[in-house]
Design a protein around this ligand. Structure first.
Ligand code: AMP
Length: 179
């Protein structure tokens, strides 16, 4: 890890706020809104992602509902490539693929428009946080249902102790902050 990356990571980590017992008792919610609220930190996070992907021939960013949209939108804009949104059930207007998933504190279904990723298109999937990996795995399966190629899964925060990256062992995983 370069000294520059380490100091950027530490600045970002210092701004993640722990909220105990949200949304359920026993869960420590990692609140990233203080990073969003600080222009320098938000730009720093997006720039780290952008520098990592700008020479990897990435053709589309796939962002996960809902905080993934924030980083995904900024990253797609920075790279000048398209953005696809993966949404929770019932929110997308057009014909969609579906994947059931489980997360640290619940379960649900994710959906993505059938024409939002092209066959063989090189995709980076992004979310704010990796916990058990269930959500990201479902998003990767949605990309694969369209025939897309998952270049990497990217997260601002990884809860390493939940071992989500092992569940995603099939794919490269990148995170900026690790717990
Ligand atoms: P998982 O599928 O278990 O990896 O859960 C990841 C998704 O749930 C991401 O979209 C996160 O935003 C959210 N999430 C899960 N656990 C937490 C947590 N402790 N703090 C903040 N967000 C979380």
């Amino acid at each position: 890890m370069s000294t520059q990356f380490k100091s950027a990571m530490e600045r970002l980590k210092a701004s993640v706020r722990d909220v105990p017992d949200f949304p359920k008792k026993g869960i420590i919610f990692k609140d990233i809104t203080p990073i969003l609220a600080n222009g320098q930190l938000f730009r720093l996070a997006v720039t780290i992602f952008a520098e990592r992907y700008q020479r990897k021939s990435v053709e589309k960013i796939v962002a996960i509902d809902a905080r993934g949209f924030i980083f995904g939108g900024a990253l797609a804009h920075y790279l000048g490539i398209g953005l696809t949104i993966v949404r929770k059930k019932g929110k997308l207007p057009y014909t969609s693929h579906h994947e059931d998933y489980e997360l640290e504190y619940g379960q649900g279904t994710l959906e993505m428009h059938v024409d939002s990723v092209e066959k063989h298109q090189r995709v980076v999937i992004i979310d704010d946080l990796l916990a058990t990996g269930g959500t990201a795995e479902a998003a990767a399966k949605l990309v694969e249902q369209c025939g897309g190629e998952v270049v990497e899964l990217a997260f601002l925060v990884e809860l390493g102790f939940l071992k989500g990256r092992y569940r995603l062992a099939k794919y490269p995983v990148f995170s900026i902050i690790n717990y």
